[in-house]
Ligand binder design. Structure first.
Ligand code: FEO
Length: 397
């Protein structure tokens, strides 16, 4: 890294970029990611978050370009997940006089991970730490997305250190959202929200309420780029996602064995498209779950198709439904469909999984034997039209 970038007076980016990581505990990071760490120079020297284990040397080198690591007085751990705390042992070894600032749950997690005999300053919402000309304020954000999580707010800089929230898995040569190609930063922020936070809308809404009344001009997340010109926009996007806002969009997600379920999927998509809604026909064989979950976030309707294999749904359909089920998408309608041979079962399993995911099914599973005839294809088109109508009405809510 060249000289660390200053994002506010005396606040430096000292984190690292992980350009080539492509799998982040199952999340496909097509554009890599960054582990952001911020150094605040004041009467006290403060480090906000560290970086993933393996990057400690680079972090300490970046800190050293600004100040000797031994001068660090406080290491704020906004979030104990190892992508942000993995270098804490190395930092604490280099900064022997430092105390770790964390929530009680954060202290517990860090002690369990690292067994470090460190001094802790345990904080909760409303607690403050004076660092000289600044007073840093802490806002606990439990389950956003771990129990330990918190924001650190600097009123003097109008700056929010937001840990994972508002983050993007994105490695870029710049540091601010304006440094990314148009659309890229918001696409990655949406993908991040969908795959990490979709099931936590209530906690996200609570955190947004905590921010009301605070002057926030800059948001410095723990991944990706710093929000400045678009800080208000990303807060509004989070508000909409947390409320479960949906577009007039229909997804048709399927796998196929000999083309029959694929033909049904195509007919459902055709039926939906005639209503003028946004339709996505998504073959599980060639699409990535991370991208599909992003599409699910703001879809109004989701049809899911599987042929029957050994009286069950196809394994990749099960994987999709397990993954999306955990993300608990809200307020969607859907339906199961699929072909089978001598004995069914696949579409029925899909239907049960949709029910367990609280997706309101608009009809019983739509099935056919071996291959769809003209009547079945007509029924598929009618299902598509029905899903489109539901998605349209939900987009207006
Ligand atoms: Fe980026 Fe939840 O860690």
């Amino acid at each position: 890294m060249s000289a660390p970038i200053e994002i506010a007076d005396g606040v430096y980016c000292v984190g690292v970029k992980d350009w080539n990581v492509r799998n982040f505990h199952g999340y496909t990071t097509a554009r890599g990611t960054s582990y952001n760490s911020y150094l605040l120079l004041d009467e006290k020297t403060v480090l906000v978050d560290t970086v993933k284990s393996g990057f400690a040397g680079e972090l300490l080198e970046n800190v050293s370009a600004v100040v000797a690591p031994s001068k660090i007085d406080l290491v704020i751990s906004n979030h104990a997940e190892p992508d942000h705390s993995g270098s804490l042992p190395a930092v604490m070894a280099a900064a022997p006089r430092a105390a770790v600032v964390a929530t009680a749950r954060g202290k517990d997690a860090l002690e369990r991970y690292y067994a470090g005999a460190w001094r802790f300053n345990v904080v909760k919402t409303g607690d403050e730490v004076e660092t000289g000309k600044r007073t840093l304020r802490f806002i606990a954000t439990p389950m956003l997305h771990w129990p330990d999580s918190m924001f650190t707010y600097s009123p003097d800089d109008r700056l929010l250190f937001s840990m994972d929230a508002f983050g993007q898995h994105l490695a870029a040569s710049g540091y601010f959202e304006r440094d990314a190609a148009p659309g890229v930063v918001m696409d990655e922020a949406k993908k991040y929200y969908a795959n990490i936070l979709m099931h936590l809308g209530g906690q996200v809404a609570k955190a947004l309420r905590e921010l009301e009344g605070l002057a926030v001009e800059t948001i410095a997340p723990a991944h990706g780029l710093v929000w400045r010109e678009r800080a208000g926009e990303i807060i509004e996007m989070y508000r909409g996602w947390a409320e479960g806002k949906r577009a007039a969009k229909v997804l048709v997600v399927y796998d196929t064995m000999w083309g029959s379920t694929g033909a049904m999927a195509q007919a459902i998509a055709d039926g939906a498209a005639r209503s003028g809604v946004d339709v996505r026909l998504i073959a599980l064989a060639v699409n990535d779950l991370t991208d599909i979950a992003t599409e699910v976030l703001d879809a109004g309707a989701v049809a899911v198709g599987s042929p029957t294999l050994n009286n069950r749904m196809m394994p990749n359909v099960a994987a999709f439904l397990t993954y999306v089920g955990g993300l608990k998408p809200r307020g969607k309608i859907g339906a199961a469909f699929g072909s089978h041979g001598w004995r069914g079962g696949g579409a029925k399993e899909v239907d049960e999984a949709l029910e367990n995911t609280s997706i309101e099914r608009v009809r019983e599973p739509l099935t056919c034997v071996y291959a769809p005839d003209a009547g079945v294809l007509d029924s598929c088109r009618a299902l598509g039209a029905s899903l489109a109508e539901g998605a349209l009405s939900r987009s207006a809510e």
